[in-house]
Design a binder for this molecule. Structure first.
Ligand code: NDP
Length: 331
């Protein structure tokens, strides 16, 4: 049956926060398709997660050229589901993609920030998703071998060609962020947003990057706020066979060290005392600074997604709760 989005999708607890000093608002919780949306996952499972997210007010889906596995397959699957389910809702969606990592053979597909690679990759992404524009197009990583002016020029061209409404950068240092912002401004394009990693186990953006973003009026959407699942109940009793850590992937089992597990157990106790799950605590914590536009989660099931969206009804912290969290979070 054809998909009908829930009528009450904007009545729920979702809030929409401004991306820096722009006119664009993003949902406090956004959904990324890095993992769980490639060819190894049944399309019906991808469909169920995306439908449920949109039904609960998640208007932002984040992709990249290389999401899958294999590379490109998350965009291809997303394109299929967009055509079948979400096409009537295109103007209610913020869809982002990125270029920066290796994608195709030869010197122009190896990633980085050349104009040749960045603009060809965007065209490939648009074609896989069946879109004529994305809402946000990112430089996925800083490339020390390409002049920043060339990379930012490619982003500006994407906007001027109507292939992206806004542009962003991911994982750039505070200094390179300032340079990128200035270069884009010189080309008449605003740097909308930065996408860095951010969680209770990874606080590198505090304070320099967040201060820079606040000053420049650039938004911030933090990725892997659950530390890829470590900041949830997932690993409290070992490593489940269907978990990311059990797969041969990005979450290495060495990250589940006794030291980290001690932190996770202590944070879980704090979550309990607040009447939240650990995932809910971890997500609410990443949103406590108003300079954070959104927190960007992954989910391998509708159940996980619902648990995570439950964070929205417990976003406030007392000073003593924050101090207690500081004792266990990574500095
Ligand atoms: P998270 O830290 O949210 O980890 C998501 C994983 O945690 C899920 O796949 C699931 O793992 C587990 N999980 C999620 N919710 C729960 C829950 N309630 N209970 C138990 N387990 C749960 O984020 P990701 O690392 O997936 O990254 C999110 C997004 O950020 C990506 O999709 C991408 O869009 C973006 N990103 C960007 C990067 C960049 O360089 N710009 C790099 C990395 C991510 P399991 O599979 O074990 O069920």
């Amino acid at each position: 049956p054809a998909y009908q989005a829930a009528e009450d999708r904007y009545d729920d607890t979702m809030s929409y926060r401004p991306a820096g000093e722009s006119g664009l608002r993003l949902p406090a919780i956004s959904l990324g398709l890095w993992q769980n949306f490639g060819t190894e996952v049944p399309l019906e499972q991808c469909r169920a997660i995306l439908r449920h997210a949109f039904d609960r007010g998640v208007t932002h889906f984040d992709l990249a050229n290389n999401y899958g596995p294999p590379y490109g397959s998350a965009e291809t699957n997303f394109g299929t589901l967009l055509a079948q389910d979400f096409r009537p809702y295109r103007d209610e969606l913020i869809i982002s993609t990125k270029a920066g990592y290796d994608m195709w053979p030869g010197p122009y597909g190896q990633g980085g920030g050349s104009r040749k690679y960045v603009l060809a990759s965007l065209d490939q992404s648009l074609s896989r998703m069946g879109l004529d524009y994305v809402d946000i197009f990112y430089s996925h990583r800083f490339d020390p071998d390409t002049p920043l002016e060339e990379t930012m020029g490619a982003l500006a061209s994407a906007v001027q060609q109507g292939k992206a409404l806004y542009v962003g950068i991911s994982s750039y240092s505070p200094a390179k962020t300032r340079e990128a912002h200035a270069l884009l401004a010189g080309m008449g394009v605003r740097l909308l947003i930065h996408q860095p990693s951010y969680s209770m186990l990874n606080r590198w953006i505090e304070p320099d990057l967040l201060d820079a973003l606040g000053e420049l009026g650039v938004g911030c959407i933090g990725f892997s706020p659950l530390a890829q699942g470590m900041l949830t109940g997932r690993y409290l009793n070992g490593i489940p066979a269907d978990s990311r850590a059990a797969r041969d992937g990005s979450l290495s089992q060495s990250m589940l060290s006794e030291e980290n597990l001690d932190r996770i157990r202590a944070l879980n106790d704090i979550a309990k005392s607040r009447g939240q799950s650990l995932a809910q605590l971890a997500l609410a914590w990443t949103l406590r600074d108003t300079r954070m536009t959104s927190t960007l989660i992954g989910a391998s099931s509708v159940k996980q997604l619902d648990d995570n969206l439950g964070a929205l009804s417990g976003l406030d912290f007392t000073d003593s709760e924050l101090a207690e969290i500081d004792k266990h979070a990574v500095e």
